[in-house]
Design a protein around this ligand. Structure first.
Ligand code: GSH
Length: 118
């Protein structure tokens, strides 16, 4: 029936839903290099979940590599940050996904439910 709902009623429904369900996803940043299997797997996991993320390529860039090491206290790529908090690499990202915790980190204000799922 939503297709037949009068427009004004849709607006009322949206006005009620929006504050709860349209909160943006947490910011995701991933430090990567070009030839890195774990980066490919992390990218694939995030892409499959339609997660938006910003990638920082650290190939041949000592400054960015050092920035990554300082922020994560790790020396491998990828390094992933959710809302500025270090999550780890693909292994940790995947563990969070398997436990269901990743969605809670990505959509804390939606109780772990993404906008796409609503
Ligand atoms: N468990 C880590 C493994 C990451 C890893 O080994 N990355 C490789 C590139 S694909 C790396 O940084 N190797 C450099 C090194 O080990 O020093 C993860 O899941 O991210």
């Amino acid at each position: 029936m939503p297709g037949k709902m009068p427009v004004y009623l849709c607006n009322v429904v949206d006005a009620v839903r929006l504050p709860f369900f349209n909160k943006p996803q947490a910011e995701v940043v991933m430090y990567t290099t070009l030839f890195c299997g774990y980066c490919v797997r992390a990218r694939r996991l995030l892409d499959q979940k339609k997660v938006k993320y910003r990638e920082i390529g650290v190939d041949n860039n000592r400054e960015l590599w050092q920035e990554m090491e300082q922020r994560s206290a790790r020396r491998t790529v990828p390094q992933i940050f959710i809302d500025g908090h270090p999550v780890g690499g693909f292994t940790e990202l995947n563990a969070l996904e398997q436990s269901g915790e990743l969605d809670r980190l990505l959509y804390p204000q939606n109780a772990g439910v993404s906008h796409e799922e609503n």
